[in-house]
Design a protein around this ligand. Structure first.
Ligand code: CAA
Length: 387
């Protein structure tokens, strides 16, 4: 394993940093307060190639690897987690599966629109009564011969109202349990598709989260991703990659909060010296630096395994679990280092603290990640493979 970033990856990191400082940072507090969707910022991210990061250039993508993806996600997430979740859901949960499992016709039809940012993608798995227990799908995709008839409601959908395309997980043969589920591409303007109100959230407030309803929506058979009955495994495999994206988001949140706390600790004086000369603050900074480095190694390792074509489900679960817990713990500490200033919006850390919470919930809660990891451990996977 060698995680030294290549020249290209260093350049990508630099351009992501420049973009976040010049374009995202100036309006981030206002967008967060007003829950204003970052339309222009998303357009500019598409120009930078961030809306098709790992997609083959043959379909308009940037053709980058998973390690480059996490480098971009970390940088975006230091500043604007509404933008970074839009990028993560679009790349990991929409583009990836379409490229991996879509027919050539489906790839040609949708990937160029997704990679150019003309169409935003969303992934519809969660339902009012199927969150962590993802096999309990109530949304149905009735087989009608040459099309599926889709009915049901999906909840908590990132990019719910702005998406031009949904990848929808739905039950075709309930008697087959998870083996009766399918994954379908449904366009947002198809007859019978509607969306609920934008959710008023604790964090990632300018991103768009809503429910999506399907009422007698006719979906051509050609829009199915993978073979009949593959939909649940499709969802699990999609989430394995998605968890790398969210792990990188959590890493960025923790690193962003740490950088702010460190800078502030040099500026602020108390009892006659910089506050980082007091052990109470110095030790917090030491713990942050150590845990962020450990999180970065887990996140890079999961991406590296994916790039090597090796199994990364458990590595992704470990990376997401660890990085999201580090993000939550250390954003709270970063606010504490700032004292009263940390509690006001102008200093950015309170927003990162609010944003951190969702990384412990979406794309599988911390409890679900522990379930995934423990099942592997109990099966006898030692995991410690340093080759
Ligand atoms: N890759 C491939 N196949 C997998 C898999 C994986 N990672 N994980 C499970 N499977 C397969 C199993 O092998 C099994 O197949 P067989 O019967 O053929 O052996 C099948 O899937 C069912 O697996 P389980 O018996 O383990 O299923 P389960 O009911 O116990 O659930 C779970 C497993 C891991 C808990 C799963 O339900 C899960 O991940 N739940 C969390 C769902 C989630 O993350 N939701 C997030 C919503 S999306 C979101 O947040 C997006 C957003 O907008 C930001």
């Amino acid at each position: 394993m060698d995680f030294t970033l290549s020249e290209d990856q260093l350049m990508i990191r630099e351009s992501a940093r420049e973009f976040t400082q010049k374009i995202l940072k100036p309006g981030v507090i206002e967008r967060d307060s007003n829950q204003a969707y970052p339309t222009e910022e998303v357009r500019q991210m598409a120009d930078l190639g961030f809306m098709g990061i790992m997609v083959d250039p043959a379909y308009g993508g940037s053709g980058m690897d998973a390690l480059s993806y996490v480098v971009i996600m970390e940088e975006l997430s230091k500043i604007d987690n509404s933008c970074s979740v839009i990028v993560s859901a679009h790349n990991s949960l929409a583009c990836w599966g379409i490229e991996e499992y879509g027919s050539e016709e489906i790839k040609q039809r949708y990937l160029p629109k997704l990679t150019s940012g003309e169409m935003i993608g969303a992934f519809c798995l969660s339902e009012p009564e199927a969150g962590s227990d993802a096999t309990s799908q109530r949304t149905t995709a009735e087989d009608k011969g040459d099309y599926y008839l889709v009915n049901g409601t999906k909840n908590w959908i990132t990019n719910g109202k702005t998406a031009g395309l949904y990848v929808v997980i739905a039950q075709t043969n309930p008697e087959l349990g998870h083996k009766g589920i399918n994954a379908l591409v449904i366009e947002a303007d198809a007859e019978g598709v509607s969306t609920g109100a934008k959710e008023d959230k604790l964090g990632i407030r300018s991103s768009d989260t809503s429910s999506v309803m399907f009422q007698d929506v006719k979906v051509p058979k050609a829009n199915r991703l993978g073979p009949d009955g593959f939909g649940f495994k499709y969802a699990m495999k999609t989430l394995d990659g998605g968890r790398i994206g969210i792990a990188a988001q959590a890493l960025g949140i923790a690193a962003g909060a740490y950088e702010l706390a460190l800078a502030y600790s040099h500026e602020r004086k108390a009892f006659g010296k910089e506050i980082n000369r007091h052990q109470a603050i110095a030790f917090k900074l030491a713990d942050m630096a150590m845990n962020i480095e450990a999180a970065r190694m887990l996140v890079y390792r999961a991406a590296w395994l994916k790039d090597q074509g090796r199994d990364y489900a458990q590595a992704a679960a470990m990376a997401k679990l660890f990085a999201s817990e580090v993000a939550m713990k250390h954003t709270v500490e970063a606010v504490q280092v700032h004292g009263g200033y940390g509690f006001v919006k102008e200093y950015h850390v309170e927003r990162l603290m609010r944003d951190a919470k969702i990384t412990q919930i979406y794309e599988g809660t911390s409890e679900i990640q522990r379930m995934v990891i423990s099942r592997n451990v109990i099966k006898g996977s030692t995991y410690i493979d340093l080759s």
